[in-house]
Design a protein. Structure first.
Length: 172
């Protein structure tokens, strides 16, 4: 049975390996390490999928800012989501997203932003972020720039620029 839980210190090497195996380069693995040491890191929102003591997948949510004419608003970034290649297609990524949304909600966050696969994230309720008047400071196709409102309607009167944690700058 797969268990979803917040990361512990002892998981860091396995999380690095999981991200390294899941992506063509080690950018995501290095990004996780950088974000873990940043002001954007939220304790409890680095989540692993574990079975029989082995880390099979990982998801990370970190704080970001939406800069708008009404002020700055805090939301979360979902990045990265990784499942070891031998375990992909078994619902582990879906489990990580569902568990992550539940934890984000329990901590009082209201929205999650992701730049990701447009065929994958909408099944969890993500939709194009530009429909809500959000923008990124770098070019991304409309269909890949998505948002999830943990609190429905939260973004109805918030339009502005999504500012990812500065650690992302090295990889954009």
């Amino acid at each position: 049975m797969i268990k979803y839980r917040s990361e512990e210190y002892k998981d860091h090497a396995a999380i690095f390996e999981t991200n390294q195996l899941s992506f063509p380069e080690d950018n995501e693995a290095r990004l996780v390490d950088m974000l873990r040491d940043s002001e954007s890191y939220v304790n409890g929102l680095s989540i692993v999928a574990e079975k029989d003591g082995e880390i099979l997948g990982h998801i990370l949510f970190t704080k970001l800012t939406i800069e708008s004419s009404e002020g700055d608003f805090v939301a979360l970034s979902l990045a990265p989501l990784a499942v070891k290649p031998n375990f992909q297609g078994q619902g582990i990524g879906s489990g990580l997203i569902k568990e992550g949304i539940k934890k984000c909600k329990s901590l009082g966050y209201k929205a999650i932003v992701v730049v990701g696969h447009p065929e994958y994230y909408p099944r969890f309720g993500f939709f194009p972020a530009r429909e809500k008047g959000l923008e990124l400071p770098f070019p991304v196709p409309d269909e890949a720039f998505m948002v999830y409102e943990i609190v429905p309607g939260y973004l109805d009167n918030i339009q502005g620029m999504v500012k990812l944690p500065p650690e992302f700058d090295e990889f954009i």
